[in-house]
Design a protein around this ligand. Structure first.
Ligand SMILES: NC(=O)c1ccc[n+]([C@@H]2O[C@H](COP(=O)([O-])OP(=O)(O)OC[C@H]3O[C@@H](n4cnc5c(N)ncnc54)[C@H](OP(=O)(O)O)[C@@H]3O)[C@@H](O)[C@H]2O)c1
Length: 333
């Protein structure tokens, strides 16, 4: 038996491990990854008691789902809740073509996802973005229909704003909102997080390490082929220098607690409330170990104050996405 801490995915939702594992970087977005090490990381996460595994059907155009299927062979499927995002459209070169969350598209997407994952149900199914051309009630209605038919257990949302969350929740209970939340991305605290709390919707936080920027290992020299981070505003030029200075301030606080920067940054998100579940993009076992250490760190009020002095709200330089992607975020409207 392991002693993994548990949290609830929304007031009516299932119990999940207090930390989830996000698998995007194992197949996409952050430059080359190693399949064998990715699978070993998923196995290590399960062995440590992690029960929430996140993917998207467009991560590596299905490759991420196939990788997860491989990792879950041998009876592991039933030990996890699979959270899957759908709707993003990409061309063969991986370029973004837009988004499709029409009811027929939702049902088509899940048919492929179930085959690729080798499972008969998805635990949490969510549109990756709000489709501006489709009323959220229609998209959610399609997922509710899949729940009724047994293909989906719970509805989730991703990067939705407060009004959309309310409208979706009125059609079918939303278990969780997946959204970027970290020491340098605190926009949800104003309106979105209070709305989730009022409705009993959990927050599954991604980008808790700001995609590696807050890991303590990022350096100005990095930037491999296929690594999107080089195109993100916070990783560029003077903004990067300013953001890395924040990391150095955080490193001093982490050092005083004998922790790494990554562990401290994850522990800060864990301390935001029991309804906030960090989904960490560890793709190697040592990264996973740093994430698991956050569960044991136990930040004091003094630690939290020191962290906020090192990285005050709004301190980050640059937006969290480029202008084109910011424009399609319902959560930023
Ligand atoms: N809903 C959405 O719109 C959305 C968007 C993005 C992601 N997500 C989901 O959320 C998950 C997490 O997001 P993310 O991967 O962008 O965020 P993250 O956890 O902030 O960043 C993960 C990256 O940080 C680096 N890193 C360095 N030390 C680490 C450590 N100790 N633990 C973990 N990572 C460390 C790794 O990059 P290197 O290996 O290169 O060092 C890793 O790929 C994704 O896998 C995906 O499932 C959802």
């Amino acid at each position: 038996m392991n002693a993994m801490k548990l949290r609830t995915l929304g007031s009516r939702g299932p119990q999940v491990s207090a930390i989830g594992l996000g698998c995007m970087g194992m197949s996409d977005a952050y430059g080359p990854a190693d399949d064998a090490e990715s699978i070993a990381t998923i196995h290590a996460a399960l062995d440590a008691g992690i029960t929430l595994v996140d993917t998207g059907d467009f991560y590596g155009m299905g490759a991420n789902e196939l990788l997860i299927r491989e990792a879950l062979r041998g009876g592991r499927r039933d030990r996890v809740l699979l959270s899957v995002k759908f709707g993003a459209l990409r061309d063969p070169a991986g370029q973004w073509l837009g988004f499709d969350a029409r009811p027929a598209a939702v049902k088509n997407f899940i048919a492929y996802t179930l085959k690729r994952l080798g499972t008969d149900h998805i635990d949490v199914y969510r549109p990756a973005r709000v489709d501006p051309a489709v009323p959220i009630e229609d998209t959610v209605g399609a997922v509710a229909d899949l729940v009724q038919k047994g293909y989906v257990r719970h509805l989730g949302l991703s990067e939705a704003g407060a009004e959309t969350i309310r409208r979706a929740h009125a059609v079918h209970p939303v278990a969780d909102l997946q959204i970027e939340y970290s020491l340098i991305s605190r926009g949800i605290e104003r309106d979105i997080l209070p709305t989730c709390r009022r409705l009993g919707v959990a927050v599954t936080a991604y980008g808790v390490l700001s995609r590696g920027l807050l890991s303590g290992y990022w350096s100005a020299q990095r930037g491999e082929k296929g690594d999107w981070r080089g195109h993100m505003p916070r990783f560029q030029g003077e903004s990067l220098q300013r953001n890395l200075a924040l990391v150095e301030a955080l490193r001093r606080v982490a050092g005083a607690r004998g922790a790494t920067v990554a562990t401290l940054a994850i522990a800060w998100v864990l301390a935001r409330g029991d309804d906030v579940i960090p989904v960490i993009g560890a793709r190697r076992r040592p990264q996973l170990d740093e994430a698991l250490a956050a569960l044991e760190l136990g930040l004091t009020a003094d630690d939290l104050a020191a962290i906020e002095r090192a990285v005050p709200p709004g301190a980050a330089a640059g937006d969290r996405y480029n202008a084109q992607q910011m424009a399609v975020l319902d959560s930023e409207k």
